[in-house]
Design a binder for this molecule. Sequence first.
Ligand code: NHF
Length: 455
Amino acid sequence: MKILMLGFEYLPVKVGGLAEALTSIAETLAKLGNEVWVFTPSHGHIEGKKLLELEIKVYGGKEKVSVYERIQNGVRVFALSSSLLDNKDVYGPGWEGILSKAVQFGKASVGLLNFLIEKEGKPDVLHFHDWHTVFAGALIKKYFQIPAVFTIHRLNKSKVPAYYFHESHLSELAPYTDIDPEYVGAYIADVVTTVSKSYLWEEWNFYKNFEGKATHIYNGIARDFWNEELLENRDLPREERRRKILESLGLSDGTTFMFIGRFDRGQKGIDTLLRAIELLAQSYPSEFSKMRFLIIGKGDPELESWAQSLATKYPENVKVMTEMLKREFTRELYGSVDFVVVPSYFEPFGLVQMEAMCLGAIPIGSAVGGIKDTIISLDEDEENATGLLVPPRDPSALVQAFLRMAKLKEENPQLIEKMRQNGKRRTAEFTWEKACRRYMRAYKNDIDKAVDFLR
Ligand code: NHF
Protein backbone atom coordinates (compact mmCIF):
# COMPACT_ATOMS: atom_id res chain seq x y z
CA MET A 1 0.00 0.00 0.00
CA LYS A 2 0.99 3.60 -0.41
CA ILE A 3 0.57 5.21 3.02
CA LEU A 4 0.66 8.90 3.85
CA MET A 5 1.47 9.59 7.51
CA LEU A 6 1.18 12.97 9.19
CA GLY A 7 2.83 13.69 12.51
CA PHE A 8 4.24 16.56 14.52
CA GLU A 9 7.21 14.58 15.88
CA TYR A 10 9.46 12.39 13.80
CA LEU A 11 12.99 11.32 14.75
CA PRO A 12 15.44 12.93 15.20
CA VAL A 13 12.96 15.60 16.33
CA LYS A 14 11.64 14.34 19.65
CA VAL A 15 9.78 15.71 22.60
CA GLY A 16 8.26 12.56 24.09
CA GLY A 17 7.20 9.02 23.21
CA LEU A 18 5.34 10.17 20.09
CA ALA A 19 8.50 10.49 17.99
CA GLU A 20 9.57 6.93 18.78
CA ALA A 21 6.11 5.60 18.03
CA LEU A 22 5.65 7.42 14.70
CA THR A 23 9.11 6.59 13.45
CA SER A 24 8.77 2.93 14.41
CA ILE A 25 5.35 2.67 12.77
CA ALA A 26 6.54 4.27 9.53
CA GLU A 27 9.74 2.24 9.33
CA THR A 28 8.04 -1.04 10.15
CA LEU A 29 5.31 -0.41 7.57
CA ALA A 30 8.06 0.18 5.02
CA LYS A 31 9.79 -3.05 6.06
CA LEU A 32 6.50 -4.88 5.55
CA GLY A 33 6.57 -3.83 1.89
CA ASN A 34 4.56 -0.61 1.96
CA GLU A 35 5.54 2.70 0.43
CA VAL A 36 5.46 5.21 3.27
CA TRP A 37 5.45 8.99 2.98
CA VAL A 38 5.67 11.11 6.12
CA PHE A 39 4.77 14.81 6.22
CA THR A 40 6.12 16.61 9.28
CA PRO A 41 7.05 20.20 10.18
CA SER A 42 10.83 20.68 10.07
CA HIS A 43 10.96 22.18 13.60
CA GLY A 44 14.38 23.42 12.49
CA HIS A 45 15.69 20.04 11.39
CA ILE A 46 16.48 20.58 7.72
CA GLU A 47 17.90 17.55 5.97
CA GLY A 48 17.79 16.17 2.43
CA LYS A 49 17.17 17.83 -0.90
CA LYS A 50 14.83 20.73 -1.51
CA LEU A 51 11.90 19.32 -3.45
CA LEU A 52 9.54 22.20 -3.76
CA GLU A 53 8.73 25.77 -2.80
CA LEU A 54 5.13 26.64 -2.09
CA GLU A 55 3.45 29.93 -1.51
CA ILE A 56 0.34 29.66 0.62
CA LYS A 57 -2.21 32.25 1.63
CA VAL A 58 -2.55 32.52 5.39
CA TYR A 59 -4.05 35.22 7.61
CA GLY A 60 -4.52 37.57 4.69
CA GLY A 61 -0.85 37.43 3.75
CA LYS A 62 1.41 35.03 1.91
CA GLU A 63 3.87 32.57 3.37
CA LYS A 64 6.69 30.69 1.69
CA VAL A 65 6.96 27.03 2.61
CA SER A 66 9.82 24.86 1.36
CA VAL A 67 9.72 21.09 1.36
CA TYR A 68 12.82 18.97 1.96
CA GLU A 69 12.74 15.29 1.11
CA ARG A 70 14.96 12.63 2.63
CA ILE A 71 14.91 8.86 2.77
CA GLN A 72 15.27 7.64 6.34
CA ASN A 73 15.41 3.88 6.89
CA GLY A 74 13.21 3.14 3.91
CA VAL A 75 10.69 5.93 4.59
CA ARG A 76 10.26 9.06 2.46
CA VAL A 77 10.22 11.92 4.93
CA PHE A 78 9.02 15.32 3.74
CA ALA A 79 9.92 18.12 6.15
CA LEU A 80 7.91 21.31 5.72
CA SER A 81 9.88 24.44 6.42
CA SER A 82 8.96 28.12 6.87
CA SER A 83 9.95 30.70 9.43
CA LEU A 84 7.19 29.41 11.73
CA LEU A 85 7.49 25.69 10.91
CA ASP A 86 11.25 25.91 11.56
CA ASN A 87 10.67 27.06 15.13
CA LYS A 88 12.43 24.56 17.38
CA ASP A 89 9.67 24.72 19.95
CA VAL A 90 7.72 21.73 18.60
CA TYR A 91 4.51 22.55 20.49
CA GLY A 92 4.90 26.33 20.37
CA PRO A 93 5.79 29.16 20.38
CA GLY A 94 2.87 29.56 22.77
CA TRP A 95 -0.71 28.44 22.16
CA GLU A 96 -1.18 30.83 19.22
CA GLY A 97 2.10 29.61 17.74
CA ILE A 98 1.16 25.95 17.79
CA LEU A 99 -2.26 26.70 16.31
CA SER A 100 -0.75 28.74 13.50
CA LYS A 101 1.80 26.00 12.89
CA ALA A 102 -0.99 23.42 12.66
CA VAL A 103 -2.93 25.56 10.16
CA GLN A 104 0.12 26.32 8.06
CA PHE A 105 1.13 22.69 8.08
CA GLY A 106 -2.38 21.80 6.93
CA LYS A 107 -2.44 24.13 3.98
CA ALA A 108 1.12 23.35 2.92
CA SER A 109 0.36 19.59 3.14
CA VAL A 110 -2.36 20.08 0.52
CA GLY A 111 0.11 21.85 -1.77
CA LEU A 112 2.69 19.12 -1.32
CA LEU A 113 0.20 16.35 -1.87
CA ASN A 114 -1.10 18.04 -5.01
CA PHE A 115 2.45 18.06 -6.31
CA LEU A 116 3.07 14.40 -5.44
CA ILE A 117 -0.28 13.18 -6.75
CA GLU A 118 0.29 14.82 -10.09
CA LYS A 119 3.63 13.04 -10.46
CA GLU A 120 3.06 9.75 -8.67
CA GLY A 121 -0.61 9.22 -7.97
CA LYS A 122 -2.61 9.25 -4.81
CA PRO A 123 -1.83 7.40 -1.58
CA ASP A 124 -4.17 4.53 -0.65
CA VAL A 125 -4.60 5.68 2.91
CA LEU A 126 -4.04 8.68 5.13
CA HIS A 127 -2.83 8.03 8.67
CA PHE A 128 -2.73 11.14 10.84
CA HIS A 129 -1.61 11.32 14.44
CA ASP A 130 -2.75 13.52 17.34
CA TRP A 131 -4.65 16.79 17.18
CA HIS A 132 -1.90 18.95 15.65
CA THR A 133 -2.35 17.21 12.31
CA VAL A 134 -6.15 17.49 12.27
CA PHE A 135 -6.24 20.58 10.01
CA ALA A 136 -3.97 18.77 7.53
CA GLY A 137 -5.91 15.52 7.83
CA ALA A 138 -9.29 17.20 7.36
CA LEU A 139 -8.08 19.19 4.35
CA ILE A 140 -6.59 16.13 2.69
CA LYS A 141 -9.78 14.18 3.33
CA LYS A 142 -11.83 17.06 1.87
CA TYR A 143 -9.80 17.55 -1.29
CA PHE A 144 -8.64 14.01 -2.06
CA GLN A 145 -11.13 11.68 -0.35
CA ILE A 146 -8.56 9.20 0.84
CA PRO A 147 -9.61 6.61 3.47
CA ALA A 148 -8.31 7.97 6.75
CA VAL A 149 -7.16 6.54 10.07
CA PHE A 150 -6.76 8.91 13.03
CA THR A 151 -4.53 7.70 15.85
CA ILE A 152 -4.71 9.39 19.22
CA HIS A 153 -1.58 8.83 21.29
CA ARG A 154 -2.82 11.05 24.10
CA LEU A 155 -6.02 13.07 24.30
CA ASN A 156 -5.35 16.74 24.73
CA LYS A 157 -8.98 17.83 25.28
CA SER A 158 -8.42 21.44 24.34
CA LYS A 159 -10.70 23.86 22.52
CA VAL A 160 -9.65 25.85 19.50
CA PRO A 161 -11.46 29.02 18.34
CA ALA A 162 -13.53 28.26 15.23
CA TYR A 163 -11.61 31.02 13.50
CA TYR A 164 -8.67 28.64 12.90
CA PHE A 165 -10.97 26.26 11.05
CA HIS A 166 -12.38 29.10 8.95
CA GLU A 167 -8.84 30.18 8.15
CA SER A 168 -8.13 26.59 7.10
CA HIS A 169 -11.06 26.48 4.66
CA LEU A 170 -12.79 24.03 6.97
CA SER A 171 -15.74 26.19 8.08
CA GLU A 172 -18.14 23.31 7.56
CA LEU A 173 -16.42 21.54 10.47
CA ALA A 174 -16.69 24.48 12.84
CA PRO A 175 -20.33 25.35 13.53
CA TYR A 176 -19.59 26.53 17.10
CA THR A 177 -17.27 29.14 18.56
CA ASP A 178 -14.92 26.68 20.24
CA ILE A 179 -14.04 23.39 18.68
CA ASP A 180 -12.14 20.39 20.03
CA PRO A 181 -9.88 19.31 17.14
CA GLU A 182 -9.85 15.72 18.41
CA TYR A 183 -13.59 15.52 17.74
CA VAL A 184 -13.01 16.90 14.27
CA GLY A 185 -10.25 14.41 13.54
CA ALA A 186 -12.34 11.48 14.72
CA TYR A 187 -15.38 12.79 12.86
CA ILE A 188 -13.67 12.98 9.49
CA ALA A 189 -11.71 9.72 9.93
CA ASP A 190 -12.98 6.30 8.87
CA VAL A 191 -11.23 4.51 11.71
CA VAL A 192 -10.07 5.99 15.03
CA THR A 193 -7.40 4.20 17.00
CA THR A 194 -5.65 4.66 20.30
CA VAL A 195 -2.66 2.90 21.75
CA SER A 196 -4.13 0.58 24.39
CA LYS A 197 -7.43 -1.08 25.16
CA SER A 198 -7.63 0.15 28.74
CA TYR A 199 -6.97 3.74 27.71
CA LEU A 200 -9.74 3.51 25.13
CA TRP A 201 -12.27 2.39 27.74
CA GLU A 202 -10.99 4.86 30.35
CA GLU A 203 -11.72 7.60 27.82
CA TRP A 204 -14.96 6.11 26.55
CA ASN A 205 -16.71 9.43 27.14
CA PHE A 206 -14.78 10.67 24.14
CA TYR A 207 -14.57 7.49 22.04
CA LYS A 208 -18.26 6.62 22.48
CA ASN A 209 -19.04 9.50 20.15
CA PHE A 210 -17.30 7.53 17.43
CA GLU A 211 -18.56 4.07 18.28
CA GLY A 212 -18.22 1.83 15.29
CA LYS A 213 -15.01 3.56 14.23
CA ALA A 214 -12.97 3.28 17.41
CA THR A 215 -10.50 0.53 18.21
CA HIS A 216 -7.12 0.05 19.87
CA ILE A 217 -3.74 -0.87 18.43
CA TYR A 218 -0.99 -1.46 20.96
CA ASN A 219 2.38 0.15 20.42
CA GLY A 220 5.48 -1.94 20.21
CA ILE A 221 8.86 -1.65 21.88
CA ALA A 222 12.21 -1.56 20.10
CA ARG A 223 13.76 -4.68 21.60
CA ASP A 224 16.76 -4.38 19.32
CA PHE A 225 17.85 -1.30 21.30
CA TRP A 226 16.37 -2.03 24.73
CA ASN A 227 18.36 -5.21 24.96
CA GLU A 228 20.52 -6.67 27.74
CA GLU A 229 22.99 -8.02 25.22
CA LEU A 230 24.05 -4.43 24.56
CA LEU A 231 24.86 -3.56 28.18
CA GLU A 232 28.41 -2.48 28.83
CA ASN A 233 28.80 -4.80 31.83
CA ARG A 234 26.54 -7.55 30.52
CA ASP A 235 28.86 -10.25 31.87
CA LEU A 236 28.62 -9.03 35.45
CA PRO A 237 25.82 -10.21 37.74
CA ARG A 238 23.01 -7.66 37.99
CA GLU A 239 23.79 -6.88 41.66
CA GLU A 240 27.34 -6.00 40.71
CA ARG A 241 26.16 -3.74 37.87
CA ARG A 242 23.89 -1.98 40.34
CA ARG A 243 26.66 -1.51 42.89
CA LYS A 244 28.95 -0.05 40.25
CA ILE A 245 26.41 2.35 38.79
CA LEU A 246 25.34 3.56 42.25
CA GLU A 247 28.97 4.12 43.13
CA SER A 248 29.46 6.18 39.95
CA LEU A 249 26.51 8.32 41.11
CA GLY A 250 28.01 8.80 44.57
CA LEU A 251 25.70 6.34 46.36
CA SER A 252 26.44 3.21 48.35
CA ASP A 253 24.74 -0.04 47.40
CA GLY A 254 21.09 -0.68 48.24
CA THR A 255 17.79 -1.85 46.77
CA THR A 256 17.25 0.60 43.95
CA PHE A 257 14.04 2.13 42.64
CA MET A 258 14.13 4.40 39.62
CA PHE A 259 11.69 6.95 38.21
CA ILE A 260 12.25 8.41 34.76
CA GLY A 261 9.87 10.86 33.15
CA ARG A 262 8.48 14.34 32.91
CA PHE A 263 7.96 16.25 36.16
CA ASP A 264 4.36 17.32 35.68
CA ARG A 265 1.24 17.37 37.82
CA GLY A 266 -1.20 16.06 35.28
CA GLN A 267 0.11 12.70 34.11
CA LYS A 268 3.35 11.19 35.31
CA GLY A 269 2.64 11.08 39.04
CA ILE A 270 6.02 12.28 40.29
CA ASP A 271 4.22 14.16 43.08
CA THR A 272 2.77 10.87 44.36
CA LEU A 273 6.24 9.34 44.31
CA LEU A 274 7.84 12.25 46.20
CA ARG A 275 5.12 12.12 48.83
CA ALA A 276 5.62 8.35 49.12
CA ILE A 277 9.36 8.81 49.70
CA GLU A 278 8.61 11.33 52.47
CA LEU A 279 6.18 8.93 54.14
CA LEU A 280 8.61 6.05 53.83
CA ALA A 281 11.48 8.01 55.35
CA GLN A 282 9.34 9.16 58.26
CA SER A 283 7.47 5.95 59.05
CA TYR A 284 9.96 3.23 58.08
CA PRO A 285 13.43 4.76 58.63
CA SER A 286 15.29 1.47 58.94
CA GLU A 287 13.83 -0.01 55.71
CA PHE A 288 14.31 3.33 53.97
CA SER A 289 17.98 3.43 54.94
CA LYS A 290 18.57 0.34 52.75
CA MET A 291 16.74 1.83 49.73
CA ARG A 292 18.03 4.04 46.93
CA PHE A 293 15.84 6.24 44.74
CA LEU A 294 17.07 7.52 41.38
CA ILE A 295 14.77 10.25 40.11
CA ILE A 296 15.41 11.30 36.55
CA GLY A 297 13.63 13.98 34.57
CA LYS A 298 12.67 17.61 34.59
CA GLY A 299 9.74 19.95 34.11
CA ASP A 300 7.67 21.85 36.65
CA PRO A 301 10.20 23.92 38.69
CA GLU A 302 8.24 23.41 41.92
CA LEU A 303 8.38 19.63 41.52
CA GLU A 304 12.06 19.84 40.63
CA SER A 305 12.81 21.74 43.82
CA TRP A 306 10.69 19.34 45.86
CA ALA A 307 12.73 16.45 44.46
CA GLN A 308 16.00 18.33 45.07
CA SER A 309 14.98 19.05 48.66
CA LEU A 310 14.51 15.33 49.26
CA ALA A 311 17.94 14.66 47.75
CA THR A 312 19.43 17.27 50.11
CA LYS A 313 17.62 15.86 53.13
CA TYR A 314 18.42 12.23 52.33
CA PRO A 315 21.70 12.35 50.37
CA GLU A 316 22.42 8.67 51.07
CA ASN A 317 19.12 7.54 49.58
CA VAL A 318 17.85 9.96 46.96
CA LYS A 319 19.62 11.12 43.82
CA VAL A 320 17.95 13.50 41.35
CA MET A 321 19.17 13.94 37.79
CA THR A 322 17.63 16.72 35.74
CA GLU A 323 20.04 16.70 32.80
CA MET A 324 19.16 14.87 29.57
CA LEU A 325 20.66 11.39 29.68
CA LYS A 326 21.96 9.55 26.64
CA ARG A 327 19.73 6.66 25.65
CA GLU A 328 22.66 4.28 26.11
CA PHE A 329 23.18 5.42 29.69
CA THR A 330 19.46 5.11 30.40
CA ARG A 331 19.73 1.54 29.14
CA GLU A 332 22.61 0.88 31.58
CA LEU A 333 20.40 2.20 34.40
CA TYR A 334 17.47 -0.01 33.46
CA GLY A 335 19.85 -2.96 33.28
CA SER A 336 21.19 -2.30 36.79
CA VAL A 337 18.39 -1.06 39.04
CA ASP A 338 16.00 -3.44 40.82
CA PHE A 339 12.68 -1.69 40.30
CA VAL A 340 11.27 1.03 38.08
CA VAL A 341 8.39 3.13 39.41
CA VAL A 342 5.72 4.30 36.95
CA PRO A 343 3.16 6.18 39.09
CA SER A 344 1.22 7.79 36.18
CA TYR A 345 -2.35 9.06 36.64
CA PHE A 346 -3.14 7.95 33.12
CA GLU A 347 -0.97 6.44 30.42
CA PRO A 348 -2.17 5.75 26.88
CA PHE A 349 0.58 3.15 26.40
CA GLY A 350 3.76 4.10 28.27
CA LEU A 351 7.27 3.33 27.24
CA VAL A 352 8.99 3.26 30.62
CA GLN A 353 7.47 0.03 31.94
CA MET A 354 8.29 -1.63 28.60
CA GLU A 355 11.91 -0.44 28.56
CA ALA A 356 12.27 -1.58 32.17
CA MET A 357 10.93 -5.07 31.41
CA CYS A 358 13.18 -5.41 28.35
CA LEU A 359 16.17 -4.92 30.64
CA GLY A 360 15.02 -7.03 33.56
CA ALA A 361 14.01 -4.19 35.89
CA ILE A 362 10.71 -4.93 37.63
CA PRO A 363 8.08 -2.22 37.11
CA ILE A 364 5.87 -1.01 39.96
CA GLY A 365 3.18 0.89 38.10
CA SER A 366 -0.25 2.44 38.38
CA ALA A 367 -3.08 0.21 37.26
CA VAL A 368 -4.07 2.48 34.38
CA GLY A 369 -4.07 2.42 30.57
CA GLY A 370 -1.16 0.76 28.83
CA ILE A 371 0.66 0.15 32.13
CA LYS A 372 -2.17 -2.09 33.27
CA ASP A 373 -2.34 -3.87 29.89
CA THR A 374 1.36 -4.65 29.64
CA ILE A 375 2.34 -5.53 33.23
CA ILE A 376 1.11 -8.80 34.67
CA SER A 377 0.76 -8.04 38.34
CA LEU A 378 2.06 -10.22 41.15
CA ASP A 379 -1.39 -9.99 42.75
CA GLU A 380 -3.05 -11.29 39.61
CA ASP A 381 -0.87 -14.21 38.57
CA GLU A 382 2.27 -15.07 40.53
CA GLU A 383 3.44 -17.63 37.96
CA ASN A 384 3.54 -15.14 35.08
CA ALA A 385 4.01 -11.91 37.04
CA THR A 386 6.20 -9.24 35.48
CA GLY A 387 5.64 -6.46 38.02
CA LEU A 388 3.31 -4.98 40.56
CA LEU A 389 0.26 -2.81 39.88
CA VAL A 390 -0.85 -0.23 42.45
CA PRO A 391 -3.77 2.21 42.49
CA PRO A 392 -2.86 5.64 41.05
CA ARG A 393 -2.62 8.78 43.23
CA ASP A 394 -2.05 6.76 46.39
CA PRO A 395 1.31 7.47 48.12
CA SER A 396 0.59 5.00 50.94
CA ALA A 397 -0.05 2.20 48.47
CA LEU A 398 3.27 3.03 46.84
CA VAL A 399 5.04 2.91 50.22
CA GLN A 400 3.57 -0.55 50.87
CA ALA A 401 4.64 -1.65 47.39
CA PHE A 402 8.24 -0.52 48.02
CA LEU A 403 8.35 -2.33 51.36
CA ARG A 404 6.81 -5.47 49.91
CA MET A 405 9.10 -5.68 46.90
CA ALA A 406 12.24 -4.91 48.92
CA LYS A 407 11.29 -7.69 51.36
CA LEU A 408 10.53 -10.11 48.53
CA LYS A 409 13.93 -9.41 47.07
CA GLU A 410 15.57 -10.45 50.33
CA GLU A 411 13.33 -13.38 51.12
CA ASN A 412 12.48 -14.81 47.71
CA PRO A 413 15.17 -13.89 45.19
CA GLN A 414 14.06 -16.78 42.97
CA LEU A 415 10.65 -15.20 42.47
CA ILE A 416 12.27 -11.85 41.74
CA GLU A 417 14.49 -13.49 39.14
CA LYS A 418 11.51 -15.23 37.63
CA MET A 419 9.67 -11.92 37.37
CA ARG A 420 12.64 -10.39 35.56
CA GLN A 421 12.59 -13.25 33.05
CA ASN A 422 8.80 -13.10 32.68
CA GLY A 423 9.09 -9.38 31.98
CA LYS A 424 11.61 -9.86 29.21
CA ARG A 425 9.38 -12.51 27.64
CA ARG A 426 6.31 -10.32 28.00
CA THR A 427 7.85 -7.52 25.91
CA ALA A 428 8.11 -9.90 22.95
CA GLU A 429 4.31 -9.74 22.73
CA PHE A 430 4.48 -6.04 21.88
CA THR A 431 6.32 -5.73 18.62
CA TRP A 432 6.04 -2.98 16.05
CA GLU A 433 5.48 -5.64 13.44
CA LYS A 434 2.38 -6.83 15.27
CA ALA A 435 1.21 -3.21 15.64
CA CYS A 436 1.74 -2.48 11.96
CA ARG A 437 -0.03 -5.62 10.78
CA ARG A 438 -3.01 -4.37 12.74
CA TYR A 439 -2.66 -0.85 11.31
CA MET A 440 -2.69 -2.41 7.84
CA ARG A 441 -6.02 -4.01 8.74
CA ALA A 442 -7.28 -0.65 10.02
CA TYR A 443 -6.31 0.92 6.69
CA LYS A 444 -8.75 -1.43 4.98
CA ASN A 445 -11.29 -1.08 7.79
CA ASP A 446 -10.93 -4.82 8.23
CA ILE A 447 -10.61 -4.60 11.99
CA ASP A 448 -12.64 -5.30 15.16
CA LYS A 449 -14.15 -2.30 16.94
CA ALA A 450 -14.82 -1.34 20.55
CA VAL A 451 -18.51 -2.05 21.21
CA ASP A 452 -20.08 -0.71 24.39
CA PHE A 453 -22.96 -3.20 24.52
CA LEU A 454 -20.53 -6.12 24.26
CA ARG A 455 -18.27 -4.88 27.03
O1 NHF B 1 3.36 5.64 24.79
C1 NHF B 1 3.27 6.96 22.11
C2 NHF B 1 3.06 7.64 23.45
C3 NHF B 1 2.50 6.72 24.55
O2 NHF B 1 1.69 6.72 26.83
C4 NHF B 1 2.36 7.49 25.86
C5 NHF B 1 1.84 8.88 25.70
C6 NHF B 1 1.98 9.56 24.38
O3 NHF B 1 1.39 9.51 26.65
O4 NHF B 1 2.11 6.37 21.61
O5 NHF B 1 2.19 8.70 23.25
